[in-house]
Design a protein around this ligand. Structure first.
Ligand code: FE2
Ligand code: FE2
Length: 269
């Protein structure tokens, strides 16, 4: 794969449709790049994917829901792979309010022209009522922007982990179960080291405790920005990969060669 590639929308879990794309990251592999839609009574779009997918993404979105019926747009953090199509979606969805972490709202305030009146700042610990369920906002165990906030769906037990549990892959896999075991383990370790380069410095027992908290939460599915949907029977493997890398000190700050690899890719098709 030489160019960012959007593969389309697919139902991946109860009440969840994922809009899946992939970014080639030079020699490092292929990074899944997902946005999601929750089929709640008050429908909510979760992140807006990268601008490289704009036309195909907006068309796929319109096939899943008339954007005018969207009640909410959930923004996990302000990275461009998550807000790339936000302005376009906001224009197509005039009835939708934008839920965003407070620090993310402050960052949007630095933009030259942005309709701040549509923002609803909410942070981890708060609950968003969607009529037939609540989203309990929470901090994922790893992240690359301080505002990052994911959620747990009280009706389906689906966990949205944002950048956490992402992986650099060997091919555009659409299911975590289809990824070879070693590819998943090594790809998760590499992605975590790039996305959260402070991981090698953290207290292992504290981070291990956060990962165990997720196990205890017993999600039915984990949806991530950067991994295909992970169903219940694979969640132990995914958490085990993180715990293994933690205990073996495999999380490393990427070296210069690795960073240069990030920029050795074509930006647009
Ligand atoms: Fe990010
Ligand atoms: Fe991301």
């Amino acid at each position: 794969m030489d160019f960012p590639t959007f593969v389309g929308a697919r139902k991946v879990a109860p009440d969840v449709t994922t809009f899946a794309g992939f970014f080639p990251i030079g020699p490092l592999g292929i990074l899944p790049a997902n946005s999601h839609f929750i089929h709640a009574r008050d429908p909510i779009l979760v992140d807006t994917n990268g601008v490289a997918f704009e036309d195909q993404y907006l068309e796929a979105l319109s096939n899943v829901i008339d954007p005018a019926d969207l009640k909410w747009i959930y923004i996990s953090h302000t990275d461009l792979d998550h807000v790339g199509n936000l302005d376009k979606v906001m224009a197509l969805a005039p009835n939708a309010k934008v839920v965003v972490p407070s620090l993310g709202a402050a960052k949007f305030g630095l933009r030259e022209s942005f309709d701040m009146s549509r923002l609803v700042p909410m942070d981890h610990g708060q609950r968003l009522d969607l009529g037939d369920r609540e989203l309990v906002l929470l901090k994922p165990p790893t992240y690359d922007a301080p505002e990052t906030t994911g959620f747990f769906d009280t009706r389906t037990r689906v966990l949205f982990s944002v950048d956490s549990f992402g992986a650099l892959l060997d091919a555009p896999h659409e299911e975590t179960e289809a990824i070879p075991e070693a590819t998943l383990r090594d790809g998760m370790t590499m992605w975590a080291g790039i996305d959260a380069p402070w991981l090698g410095m953290v207290d292992k027992s504290r981070l291990g405790g956060l990962l165990n908290d997720i196990q205890r939460l017993d999600p039915s599915t984990i949806i991530s920005g950067h991994l295909p949907a992970t169903s219940g029977r694979m969640i132990g493997t995914v958490l085990g990969n993180m715990l293994g890398s933690l205990s073996e000190d495999r999380f490393q700050h990427p070296d210069r060669e690795t960073i240069e690899g990030l920029f050795a890719q074509p930006a647009v098709a």
